[in-house]
Design a protein around this ligand. Sequence first.
Ligand SMILES: *Cc1c(COP(=O)(O)O)cnc(C)c1O
Length: 314
Amino acid sequence: MEEIYLDKNENPFNIPDAIREKFIAYVREADFNRYPEKGLPSLISSLGKFTGLEADNIIAANGSDELLDILIKRANGDIVFSSPTFEMYSFYAKNYGYRSVDVPLKSDFSLDADEILKHKDAKLIVICSPNNPTGNLIDRESIKKVLDSGITTILDNAYYEFSGENYTDLVKKYHNLIILRTFSKAFSMAGMRVGYGMGSADLMADLKKLQAPFYMNIMSAKLAEIMIENYKLVEDNIKYIVNERERVYSELKDITYKSDANFLMLKKDLFDYMAERGIHIRKLPLVKDRSRITIGTREENDRVVSAIKDYMEE
Ligand SMILES: *Cc1c(COP(=O)(O)O)cnc(C)c1O
């Protein structure tokens, strides 16, 4: 029985062949002896066009993790976030010796904006939407309520492409906002480490000062650009994954939560049960009796559905 890995919310598809060919053509000719162009203006400009923002509203980085690191380090004080959520927020807070202030999501996984706003000395607020691991989008009105506080706020939008909800219009209105996105999920590029942020020109310029001038290698930057140029191919994979997500959810409604991302949270901890069947899913040590499963290929998802149905019948 082949082992399958549905634990890290990776894309089940490698980069499309046509893109791989273009990338290889680039690698054949690349000047590896030279430093990248300072600030990677070509990547930044292509991200600007792609998102419909100006280049000075964009920052790129070695994975969105690098931006989380820089933003949290610079906050130099209390970091507020809402559990259950992505562990890297508390990881970096702890690294720098800052206090993590957890304002848990409500029981329906919505944001408790009023409770967040009670922490007036917070230096940074992190909102994850669609949220990992619960999978739901956070309602726009509650995000705006938090942004109205003026406190620097990260909107971690790593699963944007699977959600159909675009928050970029908020960048023009709120100077304290940075939206983070990544090439690790929808773009099949987890191994290349490319992420980007969108926010006010002032905030982006501030962050760029904290970044090394040659922050990304030329291959990662180039592949990201080729991906953007061929976004149609990326979109085909996104549609496939979203269709599969809805199919798996409808098969397993009784034991999963609805999701706007490329994973489903299970209402049970099936980590060990699935591992015995060669299916590796994510254990959620901080969330009792739950686990998380990434949407894979149709064949992988069929194995998941049949294993979980067997479990429910037992
Ligand atoms: C996967 C993920 C990221 C992506 O991080 P990268 O460093 O860009 O790979 C960011 N935020 C959340 C919530 C994620 O689940």
